[in-house]
Design a protein around this ligand. Structure first.
Ligand SMILES: Cc1cc2nc3c(=O)[nH]c(=O)nc-3n(C[C@H](O)[C@H](O)[C@H](O)COP(=O)(O)O)c2cc1C
Length: 371
């Protein structure tokens, strides 16, 4: 077992998790869809963005706190929903919940968690969002939303990019199925907690059977009739959809390509962010997930208009290696990196981070066109 003190960045956890986890589990966590072009692009697009730091600013105190949907959090880095966390560690989502609340930030619990909303709530206080997949059976959805509300979850992140499951080829090859001792805990009582083996990815087969492919914007309005919780629309990557999301009453937008696990060859989320921010025009906050592995990535996203970012894989990989302590470590590393990045860019508050702090390829083209 590697000594936790020796780990210096978030990315190191991927290789360590690979050594520790059964192949089927690691592949499920790591893979993207088909050619995995977008998976790579989610990272390389961050690498193409450069900073324009401001110097000689007094950075004795750097305040990373911010407010999301009215909740004050310690930094604009939050946790995205990732399914089946007990496949990484026996304490699964409970360990994540404890780690995230110890850092004073927000955890989003997946519909497909291997711990129920009530179990996660029982870990103690914390600001938590519930990610929703819409099942064909709307009674199931209504019940689940009510349970999340009762358990104290503060918002619904409605995932809108998964009418079918993207083709993740290693899951197809591995005939991925949830290990026999685990269930989709939120659905246990509804007889939908088990995933059967199939000639395909077992998850793809489950989705094809249960998830509502007909989901459309009118369902966002329906969802608003069954809950008073704010709804974040997760999976918007165009200005067109950002406009509709605001009109449909979304309280916020998450620019996400599902960690590159759905439609391959969509842009990196950091490349799509700015058009969504412009379309939202300050009416609702815009968040981003996908490829965030450094504090500098968070700073780039905020400079391009995001109100905060979420991380997915780093949580499951660190959970696999060091459990709750690993997730705490990931959040600590990102916090430390973000603080230094803010200081070196000359920002003492999150509200000071703005578009002038970064330069993108588009800026270069615009400047060249003016010459
Ligand atoms: C293993 C894994 C499981 C995921 N499960 C869900 C899920 O249940 N619901 C959902 O909306 N998104 C899910 N996602 C997508 C994440 O919420 C998020 O969009 C993505 O992981 C962010 O990219 P990153 O992993 O590069 O940080 C999952 C992603 C991964 C990697």
């Amino acid at each position: 077992m590697v000594n936790i003190e020796e780990i210096t960045n978030v990315t190191e956890y991927e290789e360590l998790a690979k050594q520790r986890l059964p192949k089927m589990a690691f592949d499920y966590y790591a893979s993207g869809a088909e050619d995995q072009w977008t998976l790579k692009e989610n990272r390389t697009a961050f690498e193409r963005i450069r900073f324009r730091p401001r110097i000689l600013v007094d950075v004795t105190n750097v305040d990373m706190t911010t407010t999301v949907l009215g909740f004050k959090i310690s930094m604009p880095i939050m946790v995205a929903p990732t399914a089946f966390q007990r496949m990484a560690h026996p304490e699964g989502e409970l360990a994540t919940a404890r780690a995230v609340s110890s850092h004073g930030t927000i955890m989003t619990l997946s519909s497909w968690a291997t711990s129920s909303v009530e179990e996660v709530a029982s870990t103690g206080p914390g600001i938590r969002f519930f990610q929703l997949y819409v099942y064909k059976d709307r009674n199931v959805v209504a019940q689940l939303v009510r349970r999340a509300e009762k358990a104290g979850f503060k918002a619904i992140a409605l995932t809108v990019d998964t009418p079918r499951l993207g083709r993740r080829e290693s899951d197809i090859k591995n005939r991925f199925v949830l290990p026999g001792h685990l269930t989709l805990k939120n659905f246990d009582g509804l007889d939908l907690g088990k995933m059967d083996k199939s000639q395909d990815s077992g998850l793809a087969t489950y989705v094809a059977g249960q998830i509502d492919r007909s989901l459309s914007w009118k369902d966002v309005k329906w969802l608003k009739t069954i809950t008073s919780l704010p709804i974040l629309v997760k999976g918007v990557i165009t200005a067109e959809d950002a406009h509709i999301a605001v009109e449909a009453g979304a309280a916020g937008i998450i620019v996400s390509n599902h960690g590159a696990r759905q439609l391959d060859y969509v842009p990196a989320t950091i490349s799509a962010l700015e058009e969504v921010v412009q379309a939202a025009a300050g009416r609702v906050p815009v968040f981003l997930d996908g490829g965030v592995r450094r504090g500098t990535d968070a700073l780039k996203a905020l400079a391009l208009g995001a109100a905060g970012v979420f991380i997915g894989r780093p949580v499951v990989f660190s959970l696999a290696v060091h459990g709750e302590t690993g997730v705490r470590k990931v959040l600590q590393m990102l916090r430390d990196e973000f603080e230094i990045a803010m200081a070196l860019a000359g920002c003492t508050k999150v509200s000071e981070i703005n578009r002038s702090h970064v330069e993108t390829d588009i800026d270069r083209i615009r400047i060249a066109a003016r010459l």
